[in-house]
Design a protein around this ligand. Sequence first.
Ligand code: SF4
Length: 324
Amino acid sequence: MPETLLEVRHLSQHIKLSDSWFSKASYLYAVDDVSFSLKAGETLGLVGESGCGKSTLARSILKLMEPSAGQILFKGQDITQYTGKQMVSLRKEMQIIFQDPMDSLNGRHTVGAILQEPFEIHQMGDAKQRRQWVEDLLLKVGLPVEAMDKYPHEFSGGQKQRIGIARAIALKPKVIVCDEAVSALDMSVQAQIMNLLLSLQQEMQLALIFIAHDLSVVKHISDRVAVMYLGKIVELTSAQRLYEKPLHPYSQALISAIPVADPRKRKARQVLQGDVPSAINRPQGCHFAGRCPKVMAKCEQIAPKLSDIKDLEFEHKIACHLIE
Ligand code: SF4
């Protein structure tokens, strides 16, 4: 049984917007009461429309933002209250790949200098060893050794993402968060980068949290998928089960919108009406009620809780009054 690397318990990111003597404090409920676990070698896909809290959740897990409530456990150890200094050593184990690799690559440094930096920060090896490690990293991500003397702007988008991946795996992490890591790439390059991530995952037993708004991309790479809506997980199950039999009306609408090449397999697309409600003034009850084609009277009063569907032999969690 692979070891559980990461456990997120009731994590929230409520961002205070205003507070004065004259008015009540208002909050942006970016992430609200999210729980899940992640095993070594596993990929958890996180999907949902933009603004649903996926990236804020990822940043909160890595403590790039301090969570406002909940717990984060890494290898069974509670890291929620870790200080910046304690997090430096943990950064070896938990890394992030951004949508735009330039967010993490200093454009004024050569690729060699960028890839050596993690070893320097953690005082690993001497100059000769570091150079050798950088060469190994470049080859591992499919780039020539000569790339180390060039600057990031000299590379294509896909090659820059390979450099971002090389940097992320430099210290042999256990968990990598891929935050829309392939979203800005052409389809053929997306496939190459995902295949690279999958082969590195196998080789290094990496656990991946793969965030994307494109559900067909997530399907290809994920073992399990969590669907987020307005800061909450509304459905969580295996990728196969979710794509074959989504149960939450929101997941059903998202999955019906995935383009299908074979016209015989195409299903009617469910177009969602209305907009995502504000994460500041959230409606009472189910946050999806205003857009849900199956809304009932109770939905507007009582918020459904994410819970396991009874009597199943596999994991399938859902937050919907239709299934209780
Ligand atoms: Fe729709 Fe009600 Fe289920 Fe919410 S709880 S998704 S409104 S049926």
